[in-house]
Every structure is written in C-alpha cells, then in structure tokens.
Design a protein around this ligand. Structure first.
Ligand code: CA
Ligand code: FE
Length: 304
C-alpha cells in the first residue's frame, strides 16, 4: 500500500490564453483536453492523462492529486484520515476528467488533496516500444514531468504528522528553530517515492501555494530553461542556483498569473531508511539557496 507520486496540480490562473503561452509555448506541456474555463495539460514523459489543470479565475491551488498504487488502498487511507481527524469525502469517477473514484481529504493546512488509483493512461510521447530518447517535436523547455509542490501551513507539525501517519510519507529534510526537543518545526520536505521530496511545506498561511515544480534531467537543462525564460520574458524569482535542502539545482519563476513554478534537477535518491537531515533556522538561507545564501523578500512573501 503506497502513495506513488504527485499526479496532478490543479491551479487557478487569471487568463487561460496567456497561461497557455507559458505552460505550452515556454514550458512545452501539451494540451490534452479542454472544458469551459479549464485546460488539461501533460508533459512528454508522463503516461497518465494529464498532470496540470489550469482553471480560469483567480490564482493559487484548487487541489493536488496524489496517485496511489491500488484502488483497494483508498479505503484504508480514508479510514486513517478520519481517525486523524481531517475532513474526507469520496470522489467519483468523472469528478475529474479521466480520473476514477477516489478519496478527497482536507489537510490540516486547508489544502485539498485527492487520492486516486485509476486514471486514463494515454502514454508518453515516445511510447513503450523501442522508444527514442526524447520526442523530436519538443516545444520550449520541453519539461518531461511534474515533480513536487511546496505549500504553506500555519501548523507544519500537524501537516507533517498527517503525511507521515496517514499517507506513509517520510521526511527527508526538516528545518527547525533549534536542534533537539525545544526546536519548533519551520518546514519539512517529505517523500513517498525515491526522490528527495514529493511534497514540502513551510510555515505560513494555510491554503497557499508556494510553488510546483517540474523535473529536468540536469544542470545544463536548467541553464537552457533559464535561456528560454530570458527569450520569452518570463518573470524569474531566483536562479539558476542550487538548493542546500535536496541538493537540487533550480530556477524559480512565475507564470503570468503570479503562481510560482520551479524547474528542478538532481538531488539525491531516497529510500525508506533515509536518515532525515536537519537544518537550523540560522542556516535556512543556505538551505534554500546554497550558493547565494540569501532569501529575497519575494521568496518568503509571494504566495498564491
Ligand atoms: Ca519528487
Ligand atoms: Fe521545489
């Protein structure tokens, strides 16, 4: 029984046409379906139906989808979530285009998370029979897949406990005010897969999105993405640089509505016995931006 990965990010945007320029022309996601006021996109190496839903009207997260291994697990997760004391409801096939039955949970931080096992699989751009290394017709950055989200929570301890006790995630890295019993938790990076994180949260207002991230192959792809952001006049927040936390290389940037995105590459592998890394608050800037060791004002204040 396990949660496999972040399956979809459903986010609000102020203008769909403008957003498509960003998510399709610059990032290279493909539009796979449209509904009134909504566009569904996928990245080239993803095989499920879609991974990003853009909904017109406002900014910020509508919900996150995490895909679980087996439908039979959903009932257990629902039970555990109820025992934990969060709001749950069943979602039905068709509530989300191409997604089957599932369980909808409201995190202690008010974010909505949907768990599901069944989703229409439409395949990657290169297929599964003698596939090429990448598709010849990539657009822009040509992001292969989404990777993780960072959200904010008034009570990071409760969210960490939720992901650990209900969904079996583990913390790869934690930021605390001081080491030991007296320290308060300021942020936690948690994984369910073999990557450094599948969700992270830092102390802040409930219900907000800090960013969602795409995984790129390596540092040179990060630099190339940065070049494309320059060509397309994308608003860049920070980078290219490296994170201390996760050791990934990164650029933070904004979509036209002000939702923060990230391109992320590298970082270590995680396993169930991964020893959690601790950062103290006085080293937080180095943890977030290892090379510059400075947090800009935007990074901590701009949330959607
Ligand atoms: Ca990940
Ligand atoms: Fe990130």
């Amino acid at each position: 029984m396990s949660v496999m990965r972040l399956g979809y990010v459903h986010t609000r945007v102020t203008d769909l046409a403008e957003s498509l320029k960003h998510y399709h022309e610059t990032l290279g996601m493909q539009v796979v379906a449209e509904e009134p006021g909504k566009v569904f996109l996928k990245a080239w190496d993803e095989y499920d139906h879609h991974s990003v839903v853009l909904e017109e009207g406002g900014v910020g997260l509508v919900k996150l989808g995490y895909k679980v291994e087996r439908s039979a697990d959903l009932e257990d997760y629902e039970k555990r979530a109820q025992q934990f004391g969060v709001l749950t409801e069943r979602m039905s096939k068709g509530d989300n285009l191409a997604v089957g039955d599932g369980v909808r949970l409201v995190l202690p931080s008010d974010h909505v998370v949907e768990l599901y096992a069944d989703v229409e699989q439409t395949g990657t751009a290169t297929g599964v029979l003698n596939p090429e290394a990448w598709p010849r017709d990539l657009v822009g950055v040509g992001v292969p897949r989404i990777d993780h989200t960072l959200i904010t929570a008034e009570d990071p301890v409760a969210v960490e406990r939720f992901f650990s006790e209900v969904l079996d995630f583990r913390a790869s890295e934690r930021v605390v005010t001081e080491p030991g019993e007296d320290g308060d938790l300021l942020g936690s990076w948690m994984f369910c897969s073999n990557t450094p994180h599948d969700i992270a949260f830092i102390k802040g207002p409930n219900g907000k999105l800090h960013h969602f991230a795409y995984q790129l192959a390596d540092w040179s792809e990060i630099l190339r993405a940065g070049d494309l952001f320059a060509m397309d006049d994308v608003s860049v927040d920070v980078g290219p640089t490296r994170h201390g936390i996760t050791r990934g290389t990164t650029i933070y940037f904004f979509d036209p509505s002000g939702n923060r995105n990230e391109v992320f590459a590298g970082g270590y592998m995680t396993f169930p016995d991964f020893p959690t890394i601790t950062w103290t608050a006085d080293e937080l800037a180095k943890g977030i931006f290892y090379i510059g060791r400075e947090l800009n004002e935007r990074f901590t204040s701009v949330l959607t």
